[in-house]
Design a protein. Structure first.
Length: 258
């Protein structure tokens, strides 16, 4: 119980600290502006205007949500080390694992708060444009939030042992490749070289399959979304993020701050 209270306290302090960051609001404003530009882009088309508007909106949420997740995640541990407040925190009865988990949960809460604001802007613009909204859009936004939470975990992992610049580069690379692992595996399956096929399989297994969190096409086109298309990615995302956080804790435990 004591550990949970300490983690909760750290998460709350992290949330309060992060929401005072002005850059966060700049990114959020850009996201809302980009969501709103879907109205302009859809007006350039004579067909499927509502779908274009919502496609741009959901894409903007996923893009800027990921940017915010990376921006917050890569500096979560470095700031404490750089300002040397890590020594004060760890001098208290707080373990390093509790510190990492508290920081992660605080950042995740911030991400979901930002997602809520962007989703409200998306719903308002869709309503004003008379674009239909349904459970498919809710599923798409839910899975987008889970993807962002996973990226926070990945950013926290790299932040545990490297600089913010390298952590940003590595996390962004994971995000890009994570959306391509399925295509890479499919392309490699046609290769005559067994080593290439095997490598593609392992890349798909080891790196996060981020496309499993993308149901935007089904939501925008009003296609049915099976329950397994939501529940399985949720289980996968929670499991993968948990493994990444365990690795981050192990690396942070071994880090020498002297």
């Amino acid at each position: 119980m004591g550990a949970l209270i300490r983690i909760y306290t750290l998460a709350g302090n992290t949330l309060r600290e992060v929401i005072r960051n002005r850059i966060l609001y700049v990114l959020l404003c850009f996201a809302i502006v980009l969501i709103a530009t879907g109205v302009v882009l859809s007006a350039l088309s004579y067909v499927e205007q509502e779908r274009i508007l919502q496609d741009v909106g959901l894409g903007s949420i996923r893009l800027f949500g990921t940017v915010i997740a990376i921006f917050l995640g890569v500096g979560v541990l470095h700031k404490e080390v750089d300002r040397r407040t890590i020594y004060t925190i760890l001098s208290k009865p707080i373990s390093r694992s509790e510190f990492v988990l508290g920081k992660y949960l605080g950042l995740t809460a911030t991400i979901w708060l930002q997602l809520l604001i962007m989703s409200a802007a998306f719903a308002l613009i869709s309503w004003l444009a008379h674009a239909p909204l349904g459970t498919g859009h809710a599923a798409a936004l839910l899975l987008s939030g889970l993807e962002m939470s996973l990226m926070v975990a990945v950013a926290t992992l790299f932040s545990a042992f490297t600089t913010p610049m390298l952590a940003s580069f590595f996390t962004a690379g994971i995000w890009v490749v994570g959306h391509l692992t399925r295509d890479l595996r499919q392309l490699a399956s046609h290769s005559d070289v067994s080593a290439v096929r095997e490598l593609a399989v392992w890349i798909h297994r080891l790196l996060p399959d981020l496309e499993s969190f993308n149901v935007s096409i089904q939501a925008v086109h009003g296609l049915p979304i099976e329950g397994s298309e939501v529940t399985l990615p949720i289980a996968y995302g929670i499991g993968y993020a948990s493994l990444v956080l365990i690795l981050a804790i192990v690396l942070f435990e071994r880090r020498d701050f002297r």
